[in-house]
Design a protein around this ligand. Structure first.
Ligand code: OOB
Length: 524
């Protein structure tokens, strides 16, 4: 394991190998099979397995020549594109873990990720919408590599060398890093190993029936675990299927692809599932038979039933980039997918549901969900102090989610104890946002909370105590945060100006009371 990563205890690792869960598979081998079959559809371009495989080999050799070494971290911010796939596989082969930033991230997030990981390189497109990735001035990385017009930087197209055998990375080592959606303070990084992610890909493909006949549509950003590996882009490629990449999940872009490419399965967050269900009949699109994995945020049972009535075969997922996955199976009664998150992807996962005192709750009662297993990390990257509170002493991840089990062992998410806002599946860390807001010269203190919203589940509300004499507006605050390089999805939807922010007995801002007060106000 890399420095800063926490390995599984040797006896558990041994057990996972003996049980055939960890098989020694390397993710760099992903494109080695299925030669002339179409692997990827990226706009007008179609890539066969052999073409992608060769591109990844040449790139791995080119990156090695550049000076990237096994164990180096490489910050990758690529939208859904062929480059995301061959860059990832090249880095897996090289043993230099990609750190997956989201396309929506801007300078504040990218700078943090570069610093937190000590990345040696940043690989990005020339632009993501109006955002010019070339203009970022990052202190750490030695190389900026651009897919497209490179400007003053290196061009991805020019990084190529004759393929040569590279020392194969340890399958027990880190293959890549994902961003956590649910930790306190600045986002933490999740190391995923070859062994553990291969298990996730294999299990998800088997459970969802994904094989060489499947066509997976990546409508969500593939840099997110839900679309990357459940089984998603990587799991479909591992199974020899075809992956269709969409730049956005909007029906205009995506609906034509469903029929043109014969899409069989995709992944959506709840607000998109509702949007697709509503818009499809208006556009004369028939969704019958399409498998949709939905998860990431609370799914209202009525929204699930409407999707099922439109012919969608729904699988409801509770997932975490940390490696915890439960889901309803396609042969479960449809009502289970509307009302529960099903059973564990890895049946041997150990879990506990505990009360505030750390005791297990009686069967069927809600409590905090703790998990330990062969896909679930043992520690966030380079975060020894944080890890002490995020894991139990015996290594269970505290998910921060409140759940209960129904009498048949299906998971039902009932709430959350972690301080995170879930805006339609996009996760916002209040502490991170408060830090940005409090740099504003007119703002003395800020508390960021989620307020209920009928379509997104939650929206972001910033309650602020202004400096005397100033009255910041929501528009001005959003402009200010954008100029600081904060991603758009984290910008507050609401602003409330308050005289004081009440504190709890331990001196923290009393967010529970604040949320209750502001929720009542906003619904009055
Ligand atoms: C997925 O992963 P993350 O890492 O962005 O977010 C994880 C968090 C969970 O801890 C939970 O708070 C929330 O998202 N969540 C749900 C949920 N699924 C995830 N809350 C309510 N209902 C659900 N079904 O979001 C993710 C990863 C893989 C597959 C699907 C989702």
């Amino acid at each position: 394991m890399l420095d800063g990563c926490v390995p599984w205890p040797p006896e558990l690792a041994e057990r996972y190998r003996e049980q055939g869960l960890w098989t020694g598979e390397r993710l760099g081998d992903l494109l080695r099979r299925h030669g002339d079959r179409v692997a990827l559809v990226d706009g007008p371009h179609r890539w066969t397995y052999a073409e992608l495989d060769a591109r990844a080999d040449r790139l791995a050799a080119g990156l090695a020549d550049l000076g990237i070494r096994p164990g180096d971290r490489v910050l990758v911010q690529l939208p859904n594109s062929a480059a995301l796939v061959y860059v990832s596989v090249a880095l897996f082969r090289l043993g230099a873990p990609p750190v997956y930033a989201l396309p929506a991230h801007r300078s504040a997030e990218i700078t943090h990720l570069a610093e937190a990981t000590g990345a040696v390189a940043y690989i990005a497109p020339d632009r993501i919408g109006p955002f010019d990735c070339r203009a970022l001035s990052l202190a750490g990385p030695h190389w900026t590599v651009i897919d497209g017009d490179p400007g003053p930087h290196l061009s991805l197209a020019d990084i190529t060398a004759a393929p040569r055998p590279l020392p194969p990375p340890d399958p027990g080592g880190v293959a890549f890093f994902l961003l956590s959606g649910g930790t306190t303070g600045l986002p933490k990084l999740i190391p995923r190993t070859h062994d553990d992610y291969a298990l996730q890909l294999r299990s998800a493909a088997a459970s969802m029936g994904v094989d060489e006949h499947s066509v997976y549509l990546a409508a969500l950003p593939a840099a997110h675990n839900a679309a990357l590996g459940c089984p998603g882009v990587l799991g479909t490629l591992r199974a020899g299927g075809k992956v269709v990449l969409a730049r956005t999940p909007s029906p205009d872009e995506v609906f034509p692809l469903l029929t043109e490419e014969g899409v069989t399965i995709t992944t959506l967050m709840p607000p998109l599932l509702s949007a697709w269900t509503e818009v499809a009949p208006l556009l004369g699109v028939d969704l019958t038979g399409l498998v949709v994995e939905v998860g990431g945020a609370v799914l209202q049972p009525e929204a699930a039933r409407r999707a099922q009535d439109a012919g969608i075969r729904l699988s409801h997922w509770f997932g975490m980039a940390e490696g915890v996955h439960w889901h309803t199976r396609l042969d479960d009664p449809p009502e289970l997918a509307a009302t529960t998150q099903g059973r564990p992807l890895i049946p041997t996962d150990d879990y506990r549901i505990i009360d505030e005192n750390g005791d297990e709750v009686p069967p069927g009662s809600p409590g905090e969900f703790l998990v330990s297993g062969p896909c679930t990390l043992r520690g966030y990257y380079d975060s020894p102090t944080y890890n002490e509170s995020a894991f139990t002493p015996d290594g269970y991840l505290r998910t921060g989610d409140l759940v209960r089990l129904d009498p048949h062992g299906n998971l039902v998410v009932t709430g959350r104890v972690k301080d995170v806002i879930n805006r339609g599946g996009e996760k916002i860390g209040p502490a991170e946002l408060e830090g940005h807001i409090e740099t504003h010269p007119d703002i003395r203190t800020a508390a960021v909370i989620g307020l209920p919203d009928s379509s997104l589940g939650e929206k972001i509300c910033a309650a602020i105590v202004p400096e005397p004499g100033s009255t910041p507006t929501l528009a001005a605050l959003r402009t200010y945060l954008t100029a600081r390089g904060v991603a758009t999805y984290k910008l507050p939807d609401h602003l409330r100006i308050v005289d004081t922010l009440a504190l709890t007995a331990t001196g923290k801002i009393d967010k529970r009371t604040l949320r209750a007060t502001l929720t009542t106000e906003s619904t009055r």
